[in-house]
Design a binder for this molecule. Structure first.
Ligand SMILES: CSC[C@H]1O[C@H](OP(=O)(O)O)[C@H](O)[C@@H]1O
Ligand SMILES: Nc1ncnc2[nH]cnc12
Length: 311
């Protein structure tokens, strides 16, 4: 792309990860495209840096945008390079991620095109996706009882509720089931997930949310329901249905993300967007392994991710 810089000198604190049907964020000033190479490989797409005018000061706030499935939706859910995505975002300064996802609804009251801000996750991936930065002779454990950031979730919910009555319906909690895919669920699975209390289902929240937590990044997913999976009397989920609802409701998705970014750009959330409450948490949690037993490769990679933590 001509006229777009390939560097951005200031730290970028806030990122949006776009999912199915949200491959870009129009309406912002596109100032740079960053091609970041991490020890875990290349991210799903170049990171676009967008300028968003803070409603409180008018000053431009940089926002990083990454397309989870690539620029042309060429990366399947189980192939998403989630470690490279999260590591690349952290390396440019990101400490807050708003992740967007198209989901199936497991409850009658969550209708196609409704938004859900989940507060819990149930892991139904199959262990085929790399899910941690801590391995190979660098052991680390991090709490994941509450997989989303509670302060961030309140901001997202408040921003969404403020748009209600204006074409947007938002449910401010729920359990998201993360399945492996890429095939959709069987009817038996869908009904079991409902009996477990699942609210919505996707193929993307994990390991993204786990890796964000390990990287000391505040993370919240915004889900948009696109179908009733295959438990309902309506038509079973298919790709045309998902894409159709995403396309038809994309303006609302962008309005919601815009409202969240407006709020996060406010100076009063400066500590949150820098995730001060998470800063340094991996210094101790990731330094359990005795120095003499540390794997050299693992150490080098983690020193790239957390400069100064494991010297
Ligand atoms: C195309 S339907 C299945 C696909 O849609 C969701 O993608 P994303 O979470 O990136 O919006 C779901 O997780 C599946 O990957
Ligand atoms: N029914 C479904 N199952 C899994 N992922 C989805 N993404 C959108 N709809 C979905």
């Amino acid at each position: 792309m001509t006229g777009i810089a390939d560097k951005y000198d200031a730290p970028v604190r806030i990122a949006v990860i776009g999912g199915t049907g949200l491959k870009s964020l129009p309406g912002f000033t596109h100032v740079a495209n960053l091609n970041v190479e991490t020890p875990w490989g290349k991210p799903s797409s170049p990171i676009s840096i967008l300028h968003h005018a803070s409603p409180s000061t008018g000053h431009p706030i940089p926002i990083a945008f990454l397309s989870r499935h690539g620029l042309h939706h060429e990366i399947a859910p189980h192939e998403v390079p989630a470690r490279a995505n999260i590591a690349a975002l952290r390396s440019i300064g990101v400490r807050t991620i708003i992740a967007f996802s198209a989901v199936g609804s497991l409850q009658e009251e969550v209708r196609p095109r409704d938004f859900v801000v989940p507060d819990q996750v149930f892991d139904r991936t199959k262990g085929v996706r790399p899910w941690t930065f801590f391995e190979g002779g660098m052991v680390g454990h991090v709490g994941f009882a509450d997989p989303f950031d509670s302060t961030l979730s309140k901001i997202v919910a408040k921003s969404g509720h403020a748009l209600e009555g204006d074409g947007i319906t938002l449910h401010d909690k729920g359990m998201i089931i993360c399945m492996e895919g890429p095939q959709f669920s069987t009817r038996a699975e869908s009904n079991i997930y409902r009996s477990w209390g699942g609210t919505v289902i996707n193929m993307s929240v994990l390991p993204e949310a786990k890796l964000a937590r390990e990287a000391e990044i505040a993370y919240q997913m915004i889900c948009m329901a696109t179908d009733y999976d295959c438990w309902h009397s309506t038509e079973d989920v298919n790709v045309e249905m998902v894409m159709g609802h995403m396309k038809a409701n994309s303006e609302n998705a962008r309005r919601l993300v815009g409202a969240v970014l407006d709020e996060l750009s406010n100076e009063r959330h400066s500590d949150l967007v820098q995730a001060k409450h998470l800063e340094g948490s991996m210094k101790f949690a990731g330094s359990m392994t005795g120095k003499e037993a540390r794997g050299a490769d693992a150490l080098k990679k983690l020193q790239w991710l957390f400069p100064g933590y494991y010297d």
